[in-house]
Design a protein around this ligand. Structure first.
Ligand SMILES: Nc1nc2c(ncn2[C@@H]2O[C@H](COP(=O)(O)OP(=O)(O)O)[C@@H](O)[C@H]2O)c(=O)[nH]1
Ligand SMILES: [Mg+2]
Length: 311
């Protein structure tokens, strides 16, 4: 771990690969961005509804850029659109891929949809989680990319962008630590200018990679998992408060009782789901030698991807 590029003997190649991870909420345009920049015939699937269609971590076709072999890591967004795939599952998938690849990353693209009027609770949670996955030191390798400018009046978009950039809670703190914001107009040229910026930086290891590879922490003990646990606790707390209120109202009147039953049942199911998710997150398993490791390794090998910089 001296930070100097090295290549594992079984992956020696004259053509090293630079990885760029692309993260952000579901539907913000991560897969679209990758498809535009790679201009590949093998396009990643793009979502058409509210459901996330990037269910797993996917690797793009390699892109030849400034003499480099660039591969994008497309990640599923953290949010509640998929009842079968919890945020805990998604965090584990992302961690597995980042850790098993044992690769420093050339950079990370954090995608934000500028047409979203507000930073919703879900958007804030996603950003907090991203910051923990990434860590302070890797922020200088982060490009914050806002998409969907065509869907918002220009002045309004600019005002939103300004608010995001000056507010430390949103992008302000990240920018102070070296992240650079880009207003992406959807063209390959615009995407290429983002890549040009990323390649001015030395490759980096993300916080979660350092924690799991160097410090040998299990996922449950990483800052990202702890942040997710905190978010799940907060969600449970809010539901418990609502349930207590509905319960009180139901006890006070028969009409309220009838109306509240369906809602109470729904909240109870939500609470159970959150509890399961917390248990999943806490579940300890040795990453090394697991099916997840084999899968991540196999994907890299199948894609013919040699190591550029090994952690
Ligand atoms: N207008 C507009 N639509 C976009 C842009 N980027 C993505 N989309 C649309 O947003 C939806 C979700 O995109 P997708 O790439 O699947 O998002 P992901 O979940 O972050 O990978 C799709 O319908 C895209 O066509 C953009 O820059 N402008
Ligand atoms: Mg996608």
């Amino acid at each position: 771990m001296d930070g100097s590029p090295s290549v594992a003997p079984d992956t020696v190649s004259t053509e090293a690969t630079d990885f760029i991870a692309v993260m952000g909420q579901t539907g913000v345009g991560k897969s679209t961005f990758i498809n535009t920049v790679t201009e590949s015939s093998q396009q990643l699937e793009v979502g058409h509804g509210l459901e996330s269609c990037t269910q797993a971590v996917q690797l793009s076709e390699p892109l030849q850029f400034q003499g480099r072999n660039v591969v994008f890591i497309d990640t599923p967004g953290f949010d509640d659109s998929d009842a079968d795939r919890s945020d805990a599952d998604i965090l584990r998938m992302i961690a597995d891929h980042l850790v098993e690849a044992k690769q420093r990353l050339a950079g990370v693209v954090y995608v934000k949809d500028i047409s979203q009027v507000k930073m919703t609770g879900s958007a804030c949670n996603n950003l907090h989680l991203f910051k923990k996955i990434c860590g302070e030191d890797s922020l200088r390798n982060v490009a914050i990319v806002t998409t969907k400018w065509g869907r918002v009046p220009e002045e309004e978009g600019k005002e939103r962008q300004r608010n995001l950039e000056i507010n430390d809670k949103y992008f302000g703190g990240m920018i102070k630590a070296g992240a650079v914001p880009f207003c992406y107009d959807g063209t390959p040229a615009s995407a290429h200018s983002i890549l040009e910026h990323i390649f001015t930086k030395q490759p980096t290891e993300l916080n979660i990679q350092r924690e799991m590879v160097v410090e040998k922490k299990e996922l449950a003990d990483t800052e990202a998992a702890q942040e997710l646990h905190k978010q799940l606790d907060a969600k449970s707390g809010r539901i418990e408060t609502l349930l207590a209120r509905l319960d009180r109202e139901a006890k006070e009147s028969e009409i309220a009782y009838q109306g509240a039953q369906a809602e109470i049942e729904k909240y109870k199911i939500d609470l159970e789901r959150l509890e399961k998710e917390k248990q999943k997150l806490k579940h300890r398993y040795k990453l090394w030698g697991t099916a997840a490791q084999v899968t991540a390794g196999a994907i890299l090998m199948a894609a013919g991807i040699p190591a550029a910089t090994v952690l």
